[in-house]
Design a binder for this molecule. Structure first.
Ligand SMILES: *Cc1c(COP(=O)(O)O)cnc(C)c1O
Length: 381
């Protein structure tokens, strides 16, 4: 079956007991046993809950993995995956990784003796050069945030395999509709489902999917032991959001394409970052590994003052952190998503005062263009 069909009919099947078309919310913490030594499919809801199971089966199917796992946030999913590693282990991570991932590695896992090196993943020789004897994993995001830099995921997977490493990809920006890293040879996919998968700015959730049963078993053990699981209400809400993922992504993308082209033609805008633009670095690699440019457009205004004024004057996009929602969200990486990063590191990642990130929502693109236009023109006068 094709993606648009699987999104509705794998994992979240019609309830066999009642015929309910929407997966029931099993608001329960424990399940009665017949005998002390006889366990049913469920015993305690941290270990498993039927609503969460439906969500986990759905994301496993969509990403093409053996098993999916739902966590209480994207960071809980990412951190739980990092718990695979032990003191003395080393990870190689893309330098423009999500700010929270950078923070948890440099300020929390570093205390536990797990080290990370941050390098430019657009140049695979730099990734290779960063590998050490104790390197255990490579962690990538493509396109990355906020400059939408492209990493060759197939090459990362091949390098990892050759060196016996675990490859991990944060697929939040693309979703499995547009990019399926496991099919490219990656071992683990993680998501902030708070973004496009949920899609409506109404929940915090994280997902992980493994390609290999042994790695899946490790994550299952951590999920149950560490316990950062997603509750049944939010599991249901996420399942509900995911049903329209394809329909929403198609609109996000066409809107983002229109806005990127329009921004590229404005004299107030110095540079536009969008994988759908003909001159976007890495575009060929992106088109080989993904089925569309996504819905995020970043751009540089002439200077910091213009950028700050634009953000204050726009009326439709909400000035907020987060992305991937039905409503457009405009954000300022310098003081928002990348605020926790060390200034030197931030500068290397290209996050400066003129940079704005726009998550294009489902508003009519013509209205967004008119809004951005008035926000720019007012400044000029
Ligand atoms: C938001 C985000 C995260 C963190 O997810 P939370 O749900 O906020 O914990 C991780 N990676 C990327 C790319 C994100 O955008």
């Amino acid at each position: 079956m094709k993606f648009g069909t699987r999104i509705l009919h794998t994992g979240n099947e019609i309830d066999p007991a009642t015929g309910a078309v929407s997966v029931p919310i099993y608001q329960v913490s424990t399940f009665k046993q017949e005998r002390a030594d006889a366990f049913g499919p469920y015993d305690y809801a941290r270990s498993g809950n039927p609503t969460r199971d439906a969500l986990e089966a759905t994301i496993a199917s969509l990403e093409g993995g053996v098993r999916g796992f739902a966590f209480s946030s994207g960071m809980a999913a990412i951190s739980s995956v990092f718990l695979i590693f032990s003191p003395g282990d080393h990870l190689v991570v893309c330098e423009d990784v999500y700010g929270g991932t950078h923070r948890v590695l440099t300020r929390l896992f570093s205390r536990l003796g797990i080290e990370a090196s941050f390098v430019d993943f657009t140049d695979l020789s730099k990734v290779e050069a960063a590998l050490r004897d104790n390197t255990r994993a490579i962690f990538a995001e493509s396109p990355s945030n906020p400059l939408l830099k492209i990493t060759d995921l197939q090459a990362v997977a091949a390098l990892s395999r050759e060196r016996g490493l675990i490859s991990i990809v944060d697929n939040t920006f693309m979703t499995p509709y547009l990019q399926r890293p496991l099919a490219l040879g990656i071992d683990i996919v993680v998501h902030s489902a708070t973004k496009y998968l949920g899609g409506h700015s109404d929940l915090i959730a994280g997902l992980a999917v493994a390609a290999d049963p042994r790695i899946a078993e490790q994550i299952r053990f951590i999920q149950n032991s560490f316990g950062a699981v997603l509750g049944p209400q939010d599991s249901w809400l996420l399942l509900r959001g995911m049903k329209t993922l394809k329909a929403r992504m198609d609109l996000h993308q066409s809107g983002a394409g229109k806005l990127a082209a329009w921004l590229a033609g404005r004299e107030e805008v110095k540079k536009v970052y969008f994988p759908g633009l003909p001159d976007h670095p890495g575009r060929e690699i992106h088109e080989k590994q993904a089925e569309g440019p996504g819905g995020i457009v970043s751009f540089r205004m002439k200077d910091e003052k213009t950028a700050r004024m634009l953000m204050e004057k726009v009326k439709l996009p909400a000035l907020a952190v987060s992305l991937g929602a039905v409503e457009s969200i405009i954000s300022y990486p310098l003081t928002m998503s990348h605020a926790s990063m060390h200034p030197d590191h931030r500068l290397r990642a290209g996050v400066t005062g003129e940079l704005i990130r726009l998550s294009v929502g489902l508003e009519d693109p013509d209205d967004l263009i008119e809004d951005l236009s008035q926000a720019m023109i007012e400044y000029g006068r």
